[in-house]
Design a binder for this molecule. Structure first.
Ligand code: ARG
Length: 497
């Protein structure tokens, strides 16, 4: 860590901080112990938490109004000076407290009445994380909107669908896109769910064992925009499961995006999609190259998210109650994961939204490898032939054709005569079989709920648009609650300064 970024303020330290530093770790471990640089992320959160705490202390007559006013003015000053001006302290909480004491005098030390850095830091992390979660959810919601709009344009753009990377059955670009939008719906739900458990108030738990002061934990929850209070004080200051949950949801989202990215990379390699220049890179040596680097980075960033989850779980595993300094290294895993993946969302979906889908090439490829075979078997089964018999019959006809092309009607009919002792025409019309061999018709047949037929996809897209609107509302409601809490806190603080 670059301790040098912060003035260590040795010359101007207060008596109290000198005492603290003289007793502990003025030595080589000083910067090892410090999280001050990392804590920039929670600088604003810490100021808000301090304000809410001081307002509550004054309301509860734990600190007199005048002192509260002086502390709150000093906090405004500290905010204006910025995180970089902090010195003195092994973390942002201590450093802000020292800065307040520098300005107010020893009375400033009343700010830390009835709390500990343990409940304080837990509160700060939650306060900051919810902001990051709201931003991420917003990004995902926008991405879904973009994907649904593109899907609407491509309900009839037939393309090959794969299993095991082998041509399997024809589908459409819209059906493929909608499949990822559906996964992103669940990713959104997981993030909203995580948000609701992040947005709870640990403040007032103190070190872990509560406090003899008559604190009002509901009040600080309200002032900070938390939905509820985390009751048990030992759990409140110790738990970081909310980080695991959030990072888990982020890693799952990253995994969704990696599949999308991988599909596009494979499609691009086959000429099944043309990426916009903005989402492509060229080679420094091979002049003809247009590479899907953006999507490879989306795929690669999944590692950032899973590394975060892994790092976090490893950090937390087996930590005893109630607080251990290991926790100082927990937050960074979640921040790394969420920052990395938030950027990925817009890039992955932007690449899809701006790409060109060459309809003719896709339609031609959609029939590759006799991908319409299942449709022919389905047609025969719909006419009364047991599906297994139909399956074997079509498989045998396909086996007679070189190169995996679709057999024509005659070939299938010859197998039918041989196996069933009667012509195919006893079951189906020739035109119907021939139509089914066409990828577009093969798609149109599969109009079961959720299937790729254009009207089935239209229905999916309409349902998805409704879910999207509901998720937007859920996001707006949460954001507004936080904003009005911010305003309430500002208004309360104004009554003292
Ligand atoms: N900076 C610490 C953290 O991020 C909080 C300080 C608690 N320190 C302590 N020794 N109890 O977790």
């Amino acid at each position: 860590m670059s301790d040098g970024e912060h003035d260590d303020g040795a010359g101007e330290a207060t008596d109290e901080s000198v005492v603290r530093r003289d007793r502990f770790s003025g030595g080589p471990a000083r910067s090892f112990l410090s999280s001050l640089d990392d804590d920039e992320r929670i600088f604003a959160a810490d100021l808000a938490v301090d304000r809410a705490h001081v307002v509550m202390l004054a309301e509860q007559d734990i600190v007199d109004r005048e002192t509260a006013g002086e502390i709150l003015s000093a906090l405004a000053d500290v905010e204006a000076a910025g995180h970089g001006a902090l010195h003195e302290g092994e973390d942002v909480h201590e450093a802000i407290e020292s800065a307040v004491i520098d300005r107010v005098g020893a009375e400033g030390g009343k700010m830390h009445t009835a709390r500990s850095r343990n409940d304080e830091v837990a509160t700060c992390i939650r306060y900051r994380l919810r902001e990051d979660l709201l931003a991420l959810i917003e990004t995902v919601v926008e991405a879904r909107e973009q994907l649904l709009a593109v899907a609407r344009e491509h309900t009839e753009t037939v393309m090959p669908g794969y299993t095991h990377l082998q041509p399997a059955q024809p589908t459409t670009v819209a059906h493929w896109i909608a499949s990822y939008e559906q996964a992103l719906q669940r990713d959104t739900a997981r993030l909203l769910d995580a948000y609701d458990r992040v947005n709870q108030n640990p403040l007032g738990a103190a070190a872990f064992a509560g406090t003899p002061f008559d604190v009002d934990r509901e009040r600080t929850a309200t002032l900070l925009g938390f939905d509820s209070v985390l009751e048990n004080s030992m759990d409140a200051s110790a738990t970081r499961d909310f980080l695991v949950e959030t990072t888990g949801a982020v890693a799952t989202l990253a995994t969704t995006l990696s599949g999308l990215a991988e599909d596009v990379i494979v499609m691009a390699s086959k000429g099944h999609v043309e990426l916009a220049d903005d989402y492509s890179s060229t080679s420094s040596i091979m002049p003809q190259k247009k590479n899907p680097d953006t999507l490879e980075l989306v795929r690669g960033r999944t590692g950032d998210a899973t590394a975060g989850l892994n790092g976090l779980l490893t950090n937390l595993k087996g930590q005893p109650r109630a607080y251990n300094r290991d926790l100082q290294r927990a937050g960074r895993h979640a921040w790394d994961a969420i920052d990395s993946v938030t950027e990925s969302v817009a890039v992955a979906t932007g690449a899809v939204a701006t790409a060109d889908w060459p309809a003719e090439t896709l339609a031609a490829a959609a029939g590759d490898g006799f991908s319409t075979a299942t449709g022919v078997a389905d047609l025969l089964a719909m006419a009364g032939l047991p599906f297994r018999t139909a399956h074997e019959l079509v498989a045998e006809a396909a086996g007679d054709i070189e190169g995996g092309d679709a057999p024509d009607y005659e070939t299938i009919d010859a197998v039918a005569r041989d196996r069933l002792g009667e012509s195919l025409s006893a079951y189906v019309d020739r035109e119907d079989v021939e139509a089914t061999l066409e990828p577009a018709e093969s798609v149109a047949m599969r109009d079961s709920a959720g299937g790729p037929a254009p009207e089935a996809v239209d229905a999916q897209l309409s349902a998805a648009e409704e879910t999207l609107a509901a998720d937007r509302n859920a996001l707006t409601t949460r954001r507004e609650r936080v904003e009005s809490a911010d305003e309430r806190l500002d208004a309360e603080v104004d009554r003292y300064v």
